[in-house]
Design a protein around this ligand. Sequence first.
Ligand SMILES: *Cc1c(COP(=O)(O)O)cnc(C)c1O
Length: 379
Amino acid sequence: MKFNTKVIHAGVHPDSATGAIMTPIYQTSTYVQDEIGVHKGFEYSRTGNPTRSALEDSLAAIENGKYGACFGSGLAAIDCIIKMLNPGDEVISTNDLYGGSYRIFKTVFEKYGIKFHFVNMLDVENIKNNINENTKLIWVETPTNPMMNIIDIKAVVDLVKNKNIMVGVDNTFATPYLQRPLDLGADVVMHSVTKYLGGHSDVVMGALVTADDKIAEEIYRIQNSSGAVCGPMDSFLVLRGIKTLHLRIQRHCENGVKVAQFLKNHPLVDEVYWPGFEDHPNHDVAKSQMKNFGGMVSFTLKGDDIEKSKKIVSSTKLFTLAESLGGVESLIGHPSTMTHASIPREERLKSGVKDSLIRLSVGIEDADDLVSDLTNAMS
Ligand SMILES: *Cc1c(COP(=O)(O)O)cnc(C)c1O
């Protein structure tokens, strides 16, 4: 089945009890047993719920994996991955990553004896220098948030071949429409479903997908033991969102090009970070591992003028000032004071997150209206 068919059909079947074509919202905590241990596959909704199962199967299919697991948030999904490790284990992570991922690594898991190395993965040689016998996980985020750096997933996978090291990819920005890390050899894919997969800014959810039986067994054990699951109503909303994923991302990409080009020619703008530009440092990798370049665009202002950028983010009318991304509506954010405020300034600057940096999640409105909104806010 091709991707555009999978988003509509994979994992979902007409309801066997009623014939309902849409997966019902099974708003139930428990399930009747005919006698002890005899049931229809569901016992308790932390362990499994039919609406969530349909979504988990759909996600597994569109990522070309075998197993999907959904969580109460993207960070709960990351929490599950790190809980597969033991004290003394080491993780090598992208240095320029989602602020909340940095925070859970540093402030939650470090005290349990897990060590995190944050490295610039634009050059995969930097990973090599940090690998030792304790290394158990390479955590890759690409494109990175908010710098839109591109990391060569296949090169990372090749580096740890035949070593007992898992490669996990945060595929939130690209979505499986643009990039499928499991096809490139990664072991597990993570999503903040909150963003493009949900797509309508109405759900907080996370997911993991893998094709590996052993990893899946661990994921389900932790999902059930720690209990950070999502509810049936949210699962239903995301099942609905996924049906238009291909159409939405196509339009996000079309609008993304137009906004990126507009910014590149704007006199106030210093740098525009968007992997579709030929002079983007890893444009060739982006072209080979992604189908298109997405709708996330970041830019800085000349003189790194933070006051001007604060003014811009509060002057746009269509681009709404808010955290998050990936919804149908356009959003604008100021990473250094919002999404990335939890990262110390020196760390932030090291990965290029300057004070004036503005991040856009370009929505699927009319591109001309989006460009005029930015024109007005920047004049
Ligand atoms: C939002 C986000 C997360 C965290 O997901 P939540 O659903 O907010 O918990 C992780 N990674 C990336 C790239 C994100 O954008």
